[in-house]
Ligand binder design. Structure first.
Ligand code: GDP
Length: 428
């Protein structure tokens, strides 16, 4: 089950409860059962799922609460809070500091994307202005050094490794010492990731850790017992990874998640923030993340689309605005990852959403100027015309309109909220 799937199942369970005439113990239990089933299917461990259910039951007494909206809201909030709590160990992650060496050791099982992630991490900090270097301490896997070398060269990041030395701890120590001497600030040590049962591997980890005294050790659940993992990076959240990995990693390591990997490309790497992640997972979008991505890509909506920003702030948001926003996003390169941050898009597969958005653009191209500005519901005859004009089925146009409604409502809510906080437009 992909993460998007987990999100939409949880969101479905919440929606079902919203539709129930009266929210009582039975409705709540049904909702919880559905959510727990989805979590278990996504490989979240049983103890965590059980704890989530017990905690919600304990914290929300549906029978004692007054009827109506409140109960639903409270339950919805309780589910969100529990998911957030699952992802938040209550510890601050290590953040590399400037003008000092920060040794970051990466651990993880073979194939989990460790080497790729090392390069993404180096690339990210390089962009933040740090002097970064990579050390390959994987002497076990044939070709590991070549892979790191290739990645590092592509990203223009200095690297250290050896074809002949067989002691990983030795190479790690040498590499770290060399880069420290040369004044590097973020020194990343990529370690071997053989099968998790191998005792020898754990010993190797310990030795590397002892010899390099890393400031942070990043990820993987099975390694907790031998080296104290300080942060987690969840890889492969784009395609077929089970979302539960993210939810369970924190419990397994006791360490906060700092980033997520969302693709094979070096830029497919995002900062992790619990609330945004849960909100995105549940299909509520992540406006903050979206704005950050736009900023990174130098898309300044206030400058490029001042009219749209004005309308957004005044609570009016039309199909034309959605089209403009999609256009801005289209300029930003790999689409899939960005699209999932739009409200209502998280229920889709990352790549799927990229394909869908292009389809929607052709439908909007078939609309008249008046239709793009219309705020009322669209007549069926028009939907059929737009479908024909763009070479799609009417139900596909209806889907676009539904998506638009969802985004409109969320955008307006978000704008209202940020206005209340006195930040309207400021951060955008
Ligand atoms: P390692 O054995 O843990 O060092 O794993 P690698 O870094 O060699 O990655 C294994 C495979 O996973 C490679 O084909 C990577 O391109 C791919 N990979 C790594 N991170 C991601 C990710 O976030 N998303 C996807 N789709 N693939 C990834």
């Amino acid at each position: 089950m992909v993460l998007a799937d987990l999100g939409s199942k949880v969101a479905d369970a919440l929606r079902k409860m919203t539709r129930a005439t009266v929210v009582d113990q039975t409705v709540m239990n049904e909702m919880l059962a559905e959510i727990c089933k989805a979590l278990l299917q996504a490989d979240v461990n049983v103890a965590q799922v059980k704890a989530l259910r017990e905690s919600i039951k304990k914290n929300v007494d549906v029978e004692a609460l007054a009827s109506g909206l409140n109960k639903r809201k409270m339950l919805e909030q309780a589910v969100c809070n529990e998911l957030c709590a699952m992802l938040d160990p209550g510890k601050e992650p290590y953040v590399p500091k400037k003008k000092q060496p920060n040794v970051i050791m990466f651990v993880g099982l073979q194939g989990c994307g460790k080497t790729t992630t090392c390069t993404k991490y180096a690339h990210l900090y390089k962009r933040k202005g740090f002097k970064c270097a990579l050390v390959c301490a994987d002497t076990f896997r044939a070709g590991a050094f070549d892979q790191l070398k290739q990645n590092a060269t592509k990203a223009k990041i200095p690297f250290y490794g050896s074809y002949t030395e067989t002691d990983p701890a030795q190479i790690a120590a040498e590499g770290v010492a060399k880069f420290k001497e040369e004044g590097y600030e973020v020194i990343i040590v990529d370690t071997s990731g053989r099968h998790m049962q191998e005792e020898a591997l754990f010993e190797e980890m310990e030795q590397v850790a002892q010899l390099t005294s890393p400031d942070d050790i990043v990820f993987a659940s099975a390694f907790k017992k031998k080296v104290a993992v300080g942060s987690c990076i969840i890889t492969k959240l784009d395609g077929h990874a089970k979302g539960g990995g993210a939810l369970s990693a924190v419990a397994a390591t006791g360490a906060p998640i700092t980033h997520i990997g969302t693709g094979e490309h070096i830029e497919d790497f995002e900062d992790f923030e619990v609330k945004s992640f849960v909100s995105r997972m549940l299909g509520k979008g992540n406006i903050k993340g979206l704005m950050e991505k736009m900023k990174q890509a130098d898309v300044d909506l206030e400058k490029q689309a001042p009219e749209m920003m004005k309308r957004l702030q005044s609570g009016q948001w039309t199909l034309r605005d959605m089209r403009e926003q999609f256009q801005a996003v289209l300029k930003m390169g790999p689409l899939g990852n960005i699209m999932s941050q739009f409200p209502g898009m998280a229920g889709l597969d990352f790549h799927d959403s990229g394909v869908r958005i292009k389809k929607w653009m052709t439908m909007m191209d078939s609309m008249t100027e008046a239709e793009l500005d219309e705020t009322k519901a669209m007549a069926p005859s028009r939907i059929i015309r737009i479908a024909r004009g763009s070479g799609h089925y009417p139900h596909e146009v209806a889907e676009l309109l539904e998506q638009f409604k969802l985004m409109q409502t969320t955008m307006q809510k978000t704008m209202k909220k940020s206005k209340k906080m006195g930040k309207a437009g400021g951060g955008m």
